[in-house]
Ligand binder design. Structure first.
Ligand SMILES: Nc1ncnc2c1ncn2[C@@H]1O[C@H](COP(=O)(O)OP(=O)(O)OP(=O)(O)O)[C@@H](O)[C@H]1O
Ligand SMILES: [Mg+2]
Length: 249
């Protein structure tokens, strides 16, 4: 636990560049552990000489092995989800880096203070453009765990998604609360984003992802994007795997 007084000269990062600088160079001071989390998920303060914020730190050493995600690390999948999110321009995933921390290498993500007045159970059923973009993003990364607690509505209307440790399986595993648009045509904006993503996955983004994912996982990501563009529709549950996360919130 930190006993240091809060320095009035410190301020939160003003943009993504500062957020990434803070996450990469900042000193992490672990304050607590999320007790209901299945892996070790720590919350703490992070600060440089000028910037300060709260962050989530998930050390690789605290990961529980998963039979259906045999390769790589959960932290690597979290970073991969961030890279895809950045490539879409939708900023679904808060700034996230892979770095050394007090308990070894892990993922460090900016803590986002969601709007406490939002009723999540009602919110996830809304026809909200940000949720719809998140649904497309989840189809791309094959998110197996888009439960309510992994959706963070912000006071300004932006919606962040967190906990992407079980994305990018080579098998279809999309488990989400966001099926509202299933089978309906993708918005034109999403099609344009997916077309750009398809190009980037063949290029530098594909190479970046391969630092954290297997070749097959990257190829399957390309295929999911191609399939979304081929059908032009939001995916539907196939009935072959549980389509809803458990527990849902
Ligand atoms: N960057 C973030 N900003 C704000 N809240 C967050 C952030 N990351 C995680 N949380 C909150 O902390 C909770 C636990 O984090 P997360 O789901 O990533 O951990 P986990 O180890 O996968 O836990 P679980 O096994 O319960 O899913 C999330 O449900 C969310 O409410
Ligand atoms: Mg979680």
């Amino acid at each position: 636990m930190s006993e240091q007084p809060v320095d009035p000269d410190l301020r939160p990062p003003a943009d993504d560049a500062e957020a990434n600088q803070l996450l990469t160079e900042g000193v992490i001071d672990v304050e607590g552990r999320m007790l209901d989390a299945s892996n070790v998920t720590l919350v703490g303060a992070i600060r440089t000489d000028t910037l300060a914020a709260e962050c989530v730190y998930k050390p690789v050493a605290g990961e529980r092995p998963l039979w259906d995600f045999p390769d790589g690390t959960l932290a690597g999948r979290e970073i991969s989800a961030y890279l895809v999110s950045e490539a879409t321009g939708w900023q679904v995933v808060p700034p996230t880096v892979l770095r050394e921390g007090p308990f070894g290498p892990g993922m460090v993500q900016l803590w986002m203070d969601g709007d406490p007045d939002v009723d999540l159970a009602a919110f996830v059923r809304r026809d909200d453009p940000a949720l719809r973009r998140m649904a497309v993003f989840d189809a791309v990364v094959n998110n197996a765990d888009r439960k309510g607690g992994h959706i963070i509505p912000m006071p300004d209307g932006h919606v962040y998604g967190v906990d992407h440790g079980i994305c990018f399986s080579v098998d279809p595993k999309l488990r989400t609360l966001l099926w509202r648009w299933a089978g309906t045509p993708l918005p034109a904006e999403a099609v344009a984003v997916l077309e750009r993503l398809a190009d980037e996955l063949r290029d530098e983004l594909g190479e970046q992802l391969h630092e954290h994912l297997t070749r097959t996982e990257v190829r399957c990501t390309q295929r999911r994007v191609a399939e979304l563009l081929r059908t032009g529709r939001h995916p539907e549950p196939s009935g072959e795997w549980p389509a809803l996360p458990w527990p849902p919130f």
